[in-house]
Design a protein around this ligand. Sequence first.
Ligand SMILES: Cc1cc2nc3c(=O)[nH]c(=O)nc-3n(C[C@H](O)[C@H](O)[C@H](O)COP(=O)(O)OP(=O)(O)OC[C@H]3O[C@@H](n4cnc5c(N)ncnc54)[C@H](O)[C@@H]3O)c2cc1C
Length: 388
Amino acid sequence: MYGLSATDVELQRRARAFVDDLIPYEGEAEEHGGAIDPDVDAKMRSRAREEGLVATNIPRELGGGGCSMLQQVLVQEQVGRATNALGWMLSTPPQWWVGVASEYQRDRWLVPTVRGDAVECYAITEEHAGSDVSRLRSTARRVHDGYVLDGVKWHVTSFNEATYTFFQAVLTDGPHAGTHAMFVVDVPSDGVRVVRVPEYSHTIAHHHPIVAFEGVVVPLSNLVGDEGSGMDYAHEWFRFERFMVAARCLGAADRLIEEATSFAAARTVSDGPLIGHQLIQAMLADSLTELFAARSLLYEAARGVDEGRDRKVQHAQASMAKLYASEMANRVADRAVQIFGGRGYMRENVAERFYRELRVERIWEGTSEIQRLIVASQLAKRGLRALV
Ligand SMILES: Cc1cc2nc3c(=O)[nH]c(=O)nc-3n(C[C@H](O)[C@H](O)[C@H](O)COP(=O)(O)OP(=O)(O)OC[C@H]3O[C@@H](n4cnc5c(N)ncnc54)[C@H](O)[C@@H]3O)c2cc1C
């Protein structure tokens, strides 16, 4: 089905078997702030590496899997089947950086990240600049041999695990004053301080703190690419992540439908199994139909990337895939909770966890509203035939 090659199917099978072995640890993770036994964690991380499931998005010459976008989607789809972000150990390092990283940056941060010896995070969003990144207030001031960075960043995912962060700021002076630049900042560094670590709906081991950067001095070698290109890199990252978010939402929906179907088949109500009731059947049928639609959409959009489709078309299709898959998965989770009844409201139940966890998929990497704006604007510029 879906025209997958034998290599695609084998990769998908390996990723699925890997995630199947993580699923039994979800309960433990839920009870321990997202953490699992460190020995199990280490064993699974090393297996992920041996099985070629990490850094699928990075070229082979840098130590990655060199997978097609469709294959990356297949792996991340399986990642989405586990709750509590357990599958995040199948990490996808910053592939947008590959083409622009200096030799120094490649050796110092990028390749170690691919090897699993370094971990990145992204400090872009601010209190007053989320959907509209052009409103950032963080600054980068040029000094003779580097830059001084200042700003307060929100929701910095994985900061507690990271060894460095990307920091996007507005240049205050020089020929590119007023434009954005991207910097690498080691964690920890002088002047980098966690303001607070808010609690979020999900229970995962990656925190999302508010982080202050106060007079942080970085050398010139920490500037990524060129001054003025910061926004381009952020957009590259968003486009990639939109594919990955969509993929994980498919995996979540797949798991939820399987679990809800087995429950409905086993549960007996007044006059027989729950699954014999048409109101329940309708919920399962709608969920399955929407999963099929989302999967077909995403795989086709991923193939477009592999075929080198026009970048603006890729951009619009990534938005359509993220928009539809994230909203679909939320509907599926809502129905699954309903099918499980009271059990579906218990934290020990997969539907309850996904019901909380999937909500953010409609918010991060661009909210549903922002995806709709992107799609509509591309429709106005390019017309329907170019996009679908
Ligand atoms: C758990 C979590 C982790 C995150 N991780 C990171 C991270 O690692 N790094 C990082 O930099 N950021 C991260 N983010 C930030 C995330 O990308 C933003 O929250 C998101 O882009 C929305 O921005 P905002 O929260 O400021 O909402 P706002 O931009 O304030 O939007 C509020 C509401 O207004 C709507 N809206 C905004 N503009 C428009 C418009 N033009 N038309 C119609 N409606 C509009 C939005 O859709 C939303 O409904 C994370 C967020 C969360 C919740």
